[in-house]
Design a protein around this ligand. Sequence first.
Ligand code: UD1
Length: 417
Amino acid sequence: MDKIVVRGGLKLKGRVRVGGAKNAVLPVMTACLLARGESVIENVPRLADVSTMKSVLERLGARVTFEDHTLSIDTSGVDSNEAPYDLVKTMRASIYVLGPLLASQGGAKVSLPGGCAWGPRPVDLHIRSMQELGAKIDIDHGYIIGHAAGLRGSTIRYSMPSVGATGNTMMAAGLASGKTVIMNAAREPEITALADFINLMGGKVSGAGTETIEIEGVRRLSPAKVRIIPDRIETGTFMAAGAITAGNVVIDDCVPEHVESLSRRFAQSGIKVEARKNQLRVRGKRRIDSVDVVTSPYPGFPTDMQAQYMALMSIARGTCVISETVFKDRFTHVPELRRLGANIKIEGNTAHVGYVRGLSGAPVMATDLRASAALILAGLVAEGETHISRVYHIDRGYEAIERKLRDLGADIERVPE
Ligand code: UD1
């Protein structure tokens, strides 16, 4: 297994390009199942999660090639509707095959994803949505087993906005008879991107990006070609890298509006953020002020940036209060940040991050994808060497992060453990 070694203390300077969004490409890949034939997806990041989803689709019988950041997915040979445990357990987003399989094949057998490092993460909203669309769902031996003799449109209201359930429902409803209305839908840019793709396939989805999405089912969808939107969490992570090192970093090929909740906090804490079309410049400074955040669904502050933001706030003046309302116990990074000298106390779903003059390098362990990013960020500013083990987590969501950071002047390398 590899580890990442960071020698901290260098200011990052220069330009970095952000890749396509992991959370946009995964549902777009499964949406290809809604049509027979070859769809093409461009600007796809090279990530472990993309490879896992490729394997899921191949297991269903699709032919998938992935070259030069372009995926071709040919669904002509799809002859199975089973997403097995060995793949689903490595990536919860495999649940995104549920809606497309029920809609296109009338049946699906998808392993229950189970919990993850930071909590139970239920899929009840996915299941209930499929039932509302007329599918019969049983849970048997750890599998969701669904049958649908033709889905029909319905009105579905969520108690809380779920990205995954909204995406799955949009896909299933795309081929249902009649109209589906999703109320209190997730508004994330990745949902809008999925709606755009379904429409490119000939679907009729409107309202994506607002809390009410309408899907007029069509009889047939056709393969399409699409370009994946930039990854807003990778963008935010590089913004934090520029800020935490008091550096001066230009982030190219991003969508500044998608990270507005973060830019606002940065500006309040004294970090300069300049937005241009598809570009951001972040200029940090040595002493920043702490700014509290509460994570919430888009357009609120993203839970996927909470760990990285906490790393940044651990060296900010004052006490910072970070409340996590999306995944209430998503704090596995806290004990590791403490090993680097951060002063963080947890009370329920809230972290109190006290000021420390500096962090100091230590061996730490990555516990999940965004926690790994937080540890790298902390390592960039810590005095001495930080060794981060279990870096396979980082490869799930960041392409070549150590090369990109090195290009910005960081002293970071990947070494066999
Ligand atoms: C997606 C993202 C993940 C991000 C999360 C929240 C992908 C592949 N993953 O995950 O990176 O952290 O959105 O922005 O896009 N919930 C239920 N029942 C359900 C489904 C969700 O109670 O059936 C709850 C969850 O426990 C959580 C909240 O709803 O508290 C939001 O979760 P959701 O938006 O569904 O997250 P994911 O789609 O799994």
